[in-house]
Design a protein around this ligand. Sequence first.
Ligand SMILES: C[S@@+](CC[C@H](N)C(=O)[O-])C[C@H]1O[C@@H](n2cnc3c(N)ncnc32)[C@H](O)[C@@H]1O
Length: 140
Amino acid sequence: MIDMYPFRNAVTVSHMMTEPYARRAHVLVDMTCGNGHDTAFLARTMPDDAVLYAFDIQPCAIERTRQRLQDEGLGDKDVRCCCGSHEQLLADVSSDVDIIVFNLGYLPSGDHKIHTNCEITLKAIKIGLNKIAINGIIMI
Ligand SMILES: C[S@@+](CC[C@H](N)C(=O)[O-])C[C@H]1O[C@@H](n2cnc3c(N)ncnc32)[C@H](O)[C@@H]1O
């Protein structure tokens, strides 16, 4: 069935724009994995031999993301969930990165006092610009 409202919200639009890049990516990074929706989308879309890093500062977000990957049958994909602040974790990713995704804000159904921070996000974007592959994409 044709979706009458393809531009439902910002996340839907970001997935539509990211999909063609994810289909041919080798290394992908979800900078804020939260409840794992974006991570699951990337894991589902990427080639079987791609590597996806999923970062979040909250341990409960890492747990929720791992659980979602299992629930959606994506456990055999190479997804590396890491707890910490994304600007530090991204600095340790060595290869050229094809896709970097930021979904900013707080964790829905989590502690709303913990949220992304403008200065840290800008720092992470600068690190990302030095890591991004030719023809790669940073989606914010
Ligand atoms: C809007 S939520 C992400 C939603 C998620 N992408 C999803 O699909 O469910 C934003 C997330 O950013 C995380 N976050 C905030 N500051 C962070 C930082 N410095 N490094 C990594 N994650 C951070 C929060 O813990 C929260 O889970």
